[in-house]
Design a protein around this ligand. Structure first.
Ligand code: MN
Ligand code: MN
Length: 328
């Protein structure tokens, strides 16, 4: 098995507007394909928005993000990282939800990601709404609670909605802490803003020791300083990265269900992703891109560009670890 199989199709061999759009023009390698054992980073679609409480649509996110991901090239223009040279990447396809059954959808997702984890593959997911992250964490945190760096305009830490509904895209991290999937002392949430129903989520964060960095503090301190703190909070332990596109100001990312005014620019959105360098990222996602609200495709393009930034960090880390241990 040569590494060449796992390289994206070049725009010089087939124009980037042509061909079947897999994530970043990578080969499609399903979980039952024997080549799955060679994959180090798997790009996965989670086309499910059963946790959405307001404007729906992220179930269509993976398909539009695959299309816009054909804009991605081989080298990161800022960091100079060439992720597809460093690690074997593939599009693992979509996890299949059950659109009529929320609990079954989560069970199906956890089973899918358990198989990904068993192969030693780092999953990089395109959502889907933010409830998708909960079944992923259930699979990824099998051995011990994970740290997490979370970019969002919302904490998604609420106890429940509508007087007792426990599973929505506003509650995944409350459940994750309750279930012992996250170590709250190693969780940092960045970019929080906007009008709120109440402070119940923030009170919970304070009570369990989750560090919440509101957008005012991010702007006052700058992205580099805040990311240095985030790296210190998660340390060198296994860490998940969850990136909600509504972290970004709706001027740059209008295609999402729950936008909040006064957020970071697309430039700052890239900078915080680059600031993950050095973190032991065991999985990451980019969620809440809603194509029905994204007729230009610009939000999906920003989403896949942020996935590429996270991929560059993951690939750099895996390559550095392999060099240390002498593994190929
Ligand atoms: Mn969210
Ligand atoms: Mn959000």
């Amino acid at each position: 098995m040569t590494h060449d199989f796992f390289r994206p199709v070049s725009g010089f061999d087939l124009p980037r507007f042509a061909g079947i759009p897999t994530f970043m023009r990578l080969p499609h390698v399903g979980l039952d394909d024997p080549r799955i054992s060679q994959v180090q980073v798997g790009l996965i679609g989670a086309p499910w928005d059963g946790g959405t409480t307001n404007r729906p649509g992220p179930r269509h996110g993976p398909r539009q993000m695959r299309d816009l991901s054909t804009m991605i090239r081989a080298e990161n223009g800022s960091t100079r990282v060439r992720p597809f040279d460093l690690v074997r990447c593939a599009d693992l396809g979509d996890v299949a939800p059950n659109p009529g059954d929320l609990m079954d959808s989560m069970a199906r997702m956890t089973a899918f990601y358990a198989r990904v984890k068993a192969q030693g593959i780092v999953p990089l997911t395109a959502g889907g709404d933010h409830l998708c992250t909960l079944p992923i964490l259930r699979a990824m945190a099998g051995d011990a609670p994970l740290g997490m760096i979370h970019f969002d305009s919302h904490t998604d830490l609420f106890h429940s909605y509508f007087g007792g509904t426990m599973y929505t895209h506003g509650t995944p991290f409350r459940r994750a802490v309750e279930e012992g999937l996250l170590d709250p002392g190693r969780v940092c949430m960045i970019g929080i803003r906007g009008p709120a129903y109440d402070r119940e989520d923030r009170d919970f964060a304070d009570a369990v020791g989750i560090r919440v960095i509101p957008v005012e503090e991010l702007f006052a301190r700058g992205t580099d300083d805040v990311m240095a703190e985030a790296r210190a909070i998660v340390g060198q332990g296994d860490t998940y990265v969850s990136y909600d596109i509504d972290f970004v100001d709706p001027a740059y990312a209008p295609g999402t269900g729950t936008p909040e005014i006064g957020g970071p620019t697309s430039w700052q959105a890239l900078q915080v992703a680059r600031g993950l360098k050095g973190v032991k990222v065991v999985g990451a996602d980019l969620v809440e891109v809603s194509p029905p609200f994204d007729p230009s495709g610009g939000t999906a393009f920003l989403g896949v560009t942020l996935m590429f930034e996270m991929l560059c960090v993951i690939a750099g880390r895996l390559a550095a670890d392999a060099a240390k241990t002498g593994a190929a």
